[in-house]
Ligand binder design. Structure first.
Ligand code: NDP
Length: 326
């Protein structure tokens, strides 16, 4: 018997409870993993609180990330004892996920733990950190080098934002951070942000083109903030958009694209191809300072998840939260 957080639905409401399961309760996938850590992402917050239609079927074990040790494998690519990471692939939405002491996964979802990484570090990074790295890589692909000017990060004190600020700063970029919480200013300065901007100011409706301020941007928020970023991005600048913590709309115009050659680059980590995913994990080893990860991460158990999920949806969580199911 082992413990897992299980979501069930009653009269349209999502209920979360820790249940004792047996290995035979797990889905019939090829690789059985003993979970060392999972993590809390915004999407997990939505799933556990039942906000938004994240979970496709019930009962569901949520948790879109996990890191652990292979116990049994029917796939020749994995042996008992292998340490693995899983993020994305609709796990915790369509398939049972990481808020559990054991999980069964498809082999193609798994990345072998890179040398120098461990489960705690991998889950301090998790989907949010992987997405932050993919956003930085998107800026690089668009030619945004540190000498081009300042890069702005929105939702900066959240999971994706915190990791993005730390990576950009380590790579030598001048980083501006947009946050709705003044209480996080010192934390963000500690991660390397040199300019701090208020969410309120950035959420004000922008004209189609504003004064050019940013060589690049990483946006986790969407809506009027993303529209303002586009209007303020330099000629040939790049905006990497990965999130919707402020809303899914984009009330913008074509002006930044046709007059300033601005590039809006979408970033998805869920179905990100294996080669890019592995490259991003390797980059995280070198480009995310180890001391920043310590600053960024908190650890909670399964019983604390319902409250932590409500907090992340309310925008109250700072940095990354590791989940220890054991
Ligand atoms: P967090 O909740 O940790 O961070 C989001 C941050 O956004 C908050 O900390 C807060 O930062 C800010 N924020 C919250 N509410 C609002 C609001 N109403 N208006 C403006 N800003 C707000 O979440 P994650 O970092 O895990 O995820 C961030 C976003 O990225 C989410 O929308 C998530 O779904 C998306 N995402 C997308 C992925 C992809 O593959 N495309 C993968 C991972 C995440 P502050 O207090 O500093 O203002």
């Amino acid at each position: 018997m082992f413990n897992a957080l299980v979501l069930e639905q009653e009269e349209g409401k999502t209920l979360a409870a820790i249940k004792q399961l047996e290995l035979s309760d797990l889905p019939d996938e090829d690789v059985l993993i003993e979970v060392t850590y999972s993590s809390l992402n915004y999407k997990d917050g939505l799933a556990v609180t039942g906000t938004g239609k994240i979970v496709h079927s019930f009962p569901m074990v949520p948790g879109i990330d996990l890191a652990g040790v292979v116990k049994e494998s029917r796939d020749p690519g994995f042996q008992p004892g292998d340490e693995v990471i899983m993020t994305g692939w609709s796990v915790g939405e369509r398939y049972w996920g990481g808020y559990s002491q054991y999980a069964r996964m498809k082999p193609e979802w798994l990345v072998k733990m890179p040398q120098g990484m461990d489960a705690a570090k991998a889950m301090s990074i998790g989907t949010a950190g992987l997405t932050a790295m993919l956003c930085v890589m998107a800026l690089e692909e668009g030619g945004i080098t540190p000498d081009k000017g300042t890069v702005v990060v929105t939702g900066a004190a959240g999971g994706v934002g915190s990791v993005a600020v730390a990576i950009l700063s380590k790579l030598g970029y001048n980083v501006a951070a947009v946050t709705g919480r003044e209480s996080t200013h010192e934390y963000l300065r500690g991660l390397g942000a040199t300019e701090l901007l208020s969410r309120e100011e950035m959420a004000e409706k922008a004209r189609p083109l504003e004064k050019q301020r940013w060589a690049g941007a990483i946006d986790t928020v969407g809506d009027t903030i993303l529209a303002r970023l586009l209007a303020e991005t330099d000629y040939r600048g790049v905006v990497a958009a990965c999130g919707l913590a402020g809303g899914y709309k984009l009330p913008s115009t074509v002006m930044p694209f046709i007059l300033r050659n601005v590039r809006l680059q979408g970033v998805d980590s869920v179905l990100c191809p294996a080669d890019i995913r592995s490259a991003a994990w390797s980059r995280l080893l070198t480009d995310l300072p180890a001391n920043a990860l310590g600053e960024i991460s908190n650890v909670i158990g399964l019983s604390e998840l319902p409250q932590a999920a409500a907090d992340i949806v309310a925008g109250k969580v700072q940095g990354r939260t590791l989940v220890d199911p054991n």
